[in-house]
Design a protein around this ligand. Structure first.
Ligand SMILES: NC(=O)c1ccc[n+]([C@@H]2O[C@H](COP(=O)([O-])OP(=O)(O)OC[C@H]3O[C@@H](n4cnc5c(N)ncnc54)[C@H](O)[C@@H]3O)[C@@H](O)[C@H]2O)c1
Length: 259
């Protein structure tokens, strides 16, 4: 096959959870620019619709649906909506996250709330979306973890800032997601479903100047944080047939920070 055909997402129905968020929005844009039909799903339907309209104005095929991944009824409603509207699902980008825990000593209720959404809810929506992909004859799962799922926190990044200390739940659930990816590769093989993971570094979002100074000097790729273009090529690769033989992989996308 021609490499442009291999990378094309034409006729693929793709769902991105948290597609109105920071990484989610650029992921949605990249997938749609590669000719995919992309659904962004998150709790706030208005925010999703705003993103979908913005991209439709640019000629991209983007739709918005509502889901609270911590609510099984809401997950099932999303599943039925996708079935009714599109009749198939080819790619699931598991990107939504909530960050309720504020530091190491925060109340355990905050850790539990994180697990309710980022672990239990995440597994629920993953299983239901995977079922739709299986019914469609197979496809691709892309989990979005973090470099913080692979390494301990670099506390020197926070020196001189008032950003607080990094929360343990985030390191815990992101690390789990990386090995869950390998689990899925084995367990879903006979359904013709591949699973891969991306572990990005920090995306530029007007962080405090002192944080940027601490962080960026450690990044070999341009001494900068990730920008909106950095994840697009990788997400399209993993969603497309061009990565048919990449399976169970976790790709660190941190500009060489941990080289
Ligand atoms: N932002 C970064 O610098 C960064 C760095 C590395 C990895 N990541 C990873 O990227 C992914 C996205 O992070 P982000 O920073 O873009 O997040 P964000 O906070 O900007 O957006 C999160 C999205 O998830 C949605 N969401 C939260 N709870 C939900 C629920 N119960 N049901 C459905 N949707 C829900 C929100 O509505 C929002 O759209 C995460 O997996 C995160 O670990 C982010």
């Amino acid at each position: 096959m021609n490499v442009k055909e291999l990378l094309s997402l034409k006729n693929k129905i793709i769902i991105v959870t948290g597609g109105a968020g920071l990484y989610g929005k650029t992921i949605v844009e990249g997938l749609a620019e590669a000719d995919g039909t992309v659904i962004t799903a998150s709790r706030n339907l208005d925010a999703g619709q705003k993103v979908a309209e913005e991209f439709r104005d640019k000629g991209l095929d983007v739709h918005a649906m509502r889901v609270d991944q911590a609510d099984h009824k809401s997950v099932m409603a999303l599943k039925h909506q996708i079935q009714n509207k599109f009749g198939q699902l080819d790619v699931f980008v598991n990107n939504a996250v909530t960050r309720p825990m504020k530091g190491y000593n925060a109340p355990m209720e905050q850790f539990a709330e994180s697990m309710r959404v980022n672990a239990t809810g995440m597994m629920d929506i993953l299983r239901e979306m995977t079922d739709l992909i299986a019914q469609s004859g197979g496809g691709s799962i892309i989990n979005i973890s973090s470099m913080m799922g692979m390494f301990g926190p670099d506390l020197s990044n926070y020196e001189g800032t008032n950003m607080g200390d990094p929360s343990p739940d985030y390191f815990f659930h992101n690390a789990g997601l990386i090995n869950l990816t390998r689990y899925l590769t084995r367990v879903l093989a006979d359904k013709n479903i591949r699973a891969n993971c991306i572990s990005p570094g920090g995306l530029f979002n007007d962080q405090p100047q002192r944080f940027l100074e601490n962080y960026c000097k450690k990044v070999p790729s341009g001494r900068r944080m990730a920008n909106n273009d950095d994840i697009k090529g990788l997400i399209v690769l993993l969603a497309s047939e061009a990565s048919a033989y990449i399976n169970g992989e976790n790709i660190l996308m941190d500009g060489g920070m941990h080289a």
